[in-house]
Design a protein around this ligand. Sequence first.
Ligand SMILES: [Zn+2]
Length: 87
Amino acid sequence: MTSKPPPICTEHNTEKVWQQTVFEYSEDGVSVKVQNVWAWVCPEDGEPSFTPETVDALIVTVRELVEIAKRAKKRQPALTEYAVAVG
Ligand SMILES: [Zn+2]
C-alpha cells in the first residue's frame, strides 16, 4: 500500500501522509479508540483514511469491545471511560 502514490485530500488539495493515528469507532453511544494505527492522514486537519485491510483487521475486536463496554455501562452507569492496554 505504500508503493502507490499517496492519496490526495480533496478538501485541502494536499497529499496525505502515511503515519500512525487513532482509530475511532462509535456505536450505540459507545466509542472505542485504538492508538497507533497506520493510516493516510491529511496534514491540514489530521483527518485519517484507513485502508479496508486495516478496518477489516480491527473491526471484530472493536465490536467485541463495544459489547463489553455496554455491559460495563449497565453495571456501573456512573463510570463512563475505560482505557485498555495489551502491551
Ligand atoms: Zn484535508
